[in-house]
Design a protein around this ligand. Structure first.
Ligand code: TPP
Ligand code: MG
Length: 329
């Protein structure tokens, strides 16, 4: 568990990193599609705060917050976005293929739903090896429309695996709202509970509530109580992919975006700590300045690092396949 001040610090870091990426993106030096998590930071920070270093985390296409909250190396992440050899995937994966094995961030994969069975596999490994470790997977509301999600949950239930399924429900899959994808009058949490998995719905923009719910789920998993499904209600402020606002596209209203911006997770945590007198305005300014300086320093290191070298076929399982004769194995 982290103290409330530490949670705020982590939120400020993730927000600052995302804002700086957004600011630099138009320079055209980061050449990978980039899904920012501005507006959703509390899910990553709250859940990861409930974990031990030896626990593991999986994620999908919108993974910066998850990677950073688990302790992933910032410069290596930014170098990955810049396609540098020092990137966490050697500059060949980009924003959607983050990994930092040293802190248990076992990986992000952009195929929707694909890391859910991987997280279940890691949890099975922990059970078989009798290791008191927990596996967590973050996914969006679109992943509950993939069959593999429910197959994975069924198996996790059957084997009472130490895994926590974290659904970040931001109401949209790209530009399609849940209401156009799911039958009316049924929530994701109800579908999960219908499968028999312990389920909790939480305000995903309240980092304190997220940490509490995650802690209960993680403790249960570690104690042999099996999996939990957390549905965290949240909202992305910017476009699905890229650094821009997108109200002009017309798939969501300005009023809706405004209403969720008013529930910003970073502002919420800031307000709570200021009101409690655990932080004052000048400390906050100083904290923000220090974080921004460190983030900009990391960005410069990443940007100025040498470009990725070597073959695209190195570091992949299929490295024995010739690019000319694909049948040769
Ligand atoms: C299996 C699969 N189908 C389609 C896509 C294309 N795609 C990329 S992101 C995305 C939407 C994902 O929405 P959600 O899971 O709710 O996450 P969010 O982007 O809202 O964070 C889709 C359909 C994909 N990557 N993988
Ligand atoms: Mg979504």
């Amino acid at each position: 568990m982290k103290r409330d001040r530490e949670l705020l610090y982590d939120l400020l870091v993730v927000r600052s990193v995302e804002q700086e990426i957004a600011r630099r993106y138009s320079e055209q030096q980061m050449r990978c599609p980039t899904h920012l998590c501005i507006g959703q930071e509390a899910t990553a920070v709250g859940v990861c705060a409930a974990l031990r270093p030896e626990d593991v985390v999986f994620s999908g296409h919108r993974s910066h917050g998850h990677y950073l909250a688990k302790g992933g190396d910032l410069t290596a992440m930014l170098a990955e976005l810049y396609g540098r050899g020092s990137g966490c995937s050697a500059g060949k994966g980009g924003s959607m293929h983050l990994v930092d094995l040293s802190v248990g961030f076992l990986g992000a994969v952009p195929i929707v739903g694909s890391t859910i069975p991987m997280a279940v596999g890691a949890a099975l490994g922990f059970l078989l090896q009798k290791l008191p470790r927990v596996s967590v997977v973050f996914f969006g509301d679109a992943a509950v429309e993939e069959g593999v999600t429910w197959e994975s949950i069924d198996f996790a239930l059957l084997e009472r695996l130490p895994v926590v399924f974290v659904c970040e429900n931001n109401l949209y899959s790209v530009q399609t709202p849940l209401s156009a994808r799911q039958p009316a009058g049924r929530t994701i949490a109800q579908v999960a509970a219908g499968h028999g998995v312990e389920t909790e719905s939480v305000d995903g923009n309240d980092v304190f509530a997220v940490q509490r719910a995650a802690r209960a789920a993680v403790d249960r998993a570690r104690a042999g109580g099996g999996p939990t499904f957390l549905e965290l209600a949240t909202y992305r402020h910017l476009e699905h992919v890229g650094p821009n606002e997108d109200v002009s596209l017309g798939y969501r209203s300005a009023e809706e975006v405004e209403a969720w911006r008013a529930r910003c997770p970073v502002e919420h945590a800031t307000r709570v700590l200021l009101e409690r007198g655990e932080l004052d305005a000048s400390e906050l300014d100083e904290l923000r300045r220090r974080i921004l300086r460190d983030v900009r320093h990391a960005l410069e290191l990443a940007r100025d690092a040498p470009e990725a070298q070597g073959s695209l076929l190195s570091d992949v399982f299929a490295s024995t396949v010739s690019p000319i004769d694909g049948d040769q194995r």
